[in-house]
Write a protein that binds this ligand. Structure first.
Ligand SMILES: Nc1ncnc2c1ncn2[C@@H]1O[C@H](COP(=O)(O)OP(=O)(O)OP(=O)(O)O)[C@@H](O)[C@H]1O
Length: 257
């Protein structure tokens, strides 16, 4: 069954059709990628799904419910959690504290309990601190938990963003160009983390430039070009699709990293 269904989504900016009638289904439990050349409309589509843009027309359905145009927080509260193309961490906090913040969707208590600190609140805090460290170990940052986030190398900040997104217990995680700015080794570590996130039962939707990463991790790929979906299929189908080769690489054979 589709956990996420994008149905005829169109986004117009003045005279420019950034997304032109785009449809695809992301099956529950899968890793799905959206690729396309610069300016193809990937970020726009991503923003329509995650709630920071309301599409001009069309529908986004998550877990059978329409979420089109809902505010980002309302979408996140249903279990659709996004990361950002530019890492957005609390740079003065420690690595562990950055993950602890991610738990706020699934915890209770307001300012009152933070001041009075009743026993349940302290227990909740301890449990969050423990779970944050488990998630850090899961993405391979166990040894850096107490480091100030800003001191982490960039590639590791991206892994930290994934750990923080996981803290919100997503059903679907949207990764916005997660391999941007990463070296080969860091990209391989990221691919491994994406696979393991998926093995935890989390559906993954990524938009990505890095073809090697996409071919390695995605089970299904949709290709955008000039705002239109020009192909959809398995990595093998996409790799040899003539329209994709022309649009994406100007006809050059596609590498599989
Ligand atoms: N807020 C906006 N107002 C006007 N035009 C926009 C806006 N956002 C994006 N566009 C235009 O829409 C088109 C699609 O842009 P988008 O950023 O979605 O593409 P992309 O595939 O994500 O590109 P990249 O890979 O470079 O990030 C581009 O022509 C872009 O200039």
């Amino acid at each position: 069954m589709a956990l996420l269904s994008v149905q005829n989504v169109t986004m117009r900016f003045g005279g420019l059709l950034a997304n032109d009638n785009i449809s695809f289904d992301v099956p529950e439990g899968s890793i799905f990628a959206v690729i396309g050349p610069n300016g193809a409309g990937k970020t726009t589509l991503f923003n329509s799904i995650a709630g920071s843009l309301k599409p001009t027309s069309g529908k986004v359905v998550f877990d059978g419910q329409p979420i089109t145009g809902l505010p980002q927080a309302a979408i996140a509260s249903r279990g659709l959690i996004r990361t950002y193309q530019l890492v957005q961490l609390f740079k003065d906090l420690t690595v562990a504290e950055n993950v602890e913040i991610g738990f706020h969707r699934v915890t209770r208590g307001g300012v009152g309990s933070a001041l009075l600190r009743p026993r349940w609140f302290r227990e909740q805090e301890e449990s969050i601190a423990r779970k944050a460290r488990e998630l850090l170990a899961f993405v391979g940052l166990g040894d850096q938990a107490d480091m100030i986030a800003d001191k982490l190398p960039y590639g590791r900040q991206r892994l930290l963003e994934v750990a923080r997104a996981l803290a919100a217990e997503p059903r679907l995680i949207l990764l916005d160009e997660p391999a941007a700015g990463l070296n080969t080794q860091e990209t391989a570590a990221l691919a491994d983390v994406i696979h393991r996130v998926n093995e935890r039962g989390v559906t993954v939707l990524l938009i990505e430039h890095d073809m090697g990463l996409v071919m390695k991790v995605a089970q299904r790929i949709a290709v955008l070009d000039f705002g239109k979906k020009i192909a959809e299929g398995t990595p093998d189908e996409i790799r040899s699709h003539p329209d994709v080769l022309t649009a994406y690489l100007g006809g050059v054979e596609m590498a599989d990293g």
